[in-house]
Design a protein around this ligand. Structure first.
Ligand SMILES: NC(=O)c1ccc[n+]([C@@H]2O[C@H](COP(=O)([O-])OP(=O)(O)OC[C@H]3O[C@@H](n4cnc5c(N)ncnc54)[C@H](OP(=O)(O)O)[C@@H]3O)[C@@H](O)[C@H]2O)c1
Length: 335
């Protein structure tokens, strides 16, 4: 039975969260944002999803990241969010930054996937209905689509901004050269790309090595990192085997075979550094991504309020000594 009475914590902005500017825009985002890729679909208990969403908001998390096909099933994370929004969070709409995306497969046929104007417009209309919203704050092209002219995808974003259905436009998972083309196209139409969303964590460094962080900052855009915990690998989640219900136990996006005894031993070496810093491994992994000031925010997933609260303690602790950084690099070479 859902408790009908939600009132946001009065102290939600008091020293709980730090906020960073998205590039050269006026938009501030919490260092830690909440993503609804897993754990919020129609296979997850609604009450647990609601508890995590409201705990986030009570602790200064103002940014919620969605996409049309988050679930499972597709669309159901947006529906869950829409239910909680309508019942609990609606009075706080102007304190929230809500994003969604279109790009990967969503519905059958040629118009439910890719980067066409047809898909982006239809998908956002569907997302708004599911989320009970009049507009989103950020609408992303979820991936670069080589089959669609980049100009068509970018012009769709421009026109959606002009329509008022999104306040800002973003791109996600674009390769370096296409990201630069996208920034330039949007800028030429007076719409800055507010954020580039990409995978960035201790194990996946393409944002650094392929120059995405550099070109994004040069364009005046922010960078927002997804899967900063490598889907739970960079935590103590698998220190004692693979728990029932964990992401690895589902063997979909995180393969149980990747969690070998050697991997766990090396994770424990990282954990020892985290402990010396007074952090959990999860907190250190988030701080590590946030040490780069070009990163506006990290988007975490969480399957419980406890996980979320553990993660939120990373906010404001993104300084590392040179010695810590080099010890971390030495351990990462072992994976
Ligand atoms: N643009 C894109 O293409 C794209 C792609 C992927 C993700 N994203 C965005 O990024 C968000 C985050 O991605 P992600 O879920 O992969 O992020 P993540 O934070 O790397 O992984 C989240 C998982 O880690 C585990 N976890 C989290 N905190 C923990 C803690 N303190 N202790 C132990 N385990 C912990 C949980 O696993 P269990 O479920 O096992 O408990 C949780 O489901 C998504 O929700 C989405 O918004 C975007």
């Amino acid at each position: 039975m859902i408790n009908p009475l939600y009132k946001a914590a009065d102290d939600r902005y008091e020293n709980k969260m730090q906020y960073r500017r998205a590039g050269k825009s006026g938009l501030l985002l919490p260092e830690i944002s909440l993503g609804l890729w897993h754990n919020f679909g129609d296979t997850a208990p609604l009450e647990r999803s609601r508890d995590i969403l409201l705990a986030a908001f009570d602790n200064g998390v103002t940014h919620f990241d969605l996409a049309n096909n988050y679930g499972p099933s597709y669309g159901s994370a947006e529906s869950t969010f829409g239910q909680v929004f309508a019942k609990d969070l609606k009075p706080y709409r102007d304190e929230m930054v809500i994003s969604t995306k279109a790009g990967y497969d969503m519905w059958p046929g040629p118009y439910g996937i890719g980067g066409s104007r047809k898909y982006l417009f239809a998908s956002l209309d569907q997302s708004l209905k599911r989320m009970n919203l009049d507009y989103v704050d950020i609408f992303y092209s979820h991936r670069y689509d080589a089959q669609t002219p980049l100009e068509e995808t970018m012009q769709a974003l421009v026109d959606i901004v002009r329509s008022g259905k999104t306040l800002y436009a973003g791109i996600s998972n674009y390769p370096h050269d296409k990201a630069i083309e996208a920034y330039n196209y949007l800028q030429s139409r007076d719409v800055r790309c507010v954020l580039h969303q990409g995978k960035y964590n201790m194990f996946v460094r393409t944002a650094e090595t392929e120059g995405i962080l550099d070109c994004t900052a040069e364009a005046g855009s922010g960078y927002i990192a997804f899967s900063p915990l490598a889907q739970g690998l960079l935590t103590d989640r698998y220190f004692k085997g693979i728990p029932e219900g964990s992401r690895a136990s589902k063997d979909r996006t995180l393969k149980s075979a990747s969690i070998t005894r050697e991997v766990v031993e090396n994770l424990k070496k990282l954990d020892a550094i985290a402990q010396r810093r007074g952090q959990s491994l999860a907190q250190m992994a988030l701080s590590w991504v946030l040490k780069d000031q070009r990163v506006t925010s990290v988007i975490v997933g969480a399957s419980s309020v406890d996980q979320l609260k553990d993660n939120l303690k990373a906010a404001g602790h993104s300084c590392f000594s040179d010695e810590e950084l080099s010890q971390i690099e030495d351990i990462l070479k072992l994976f």
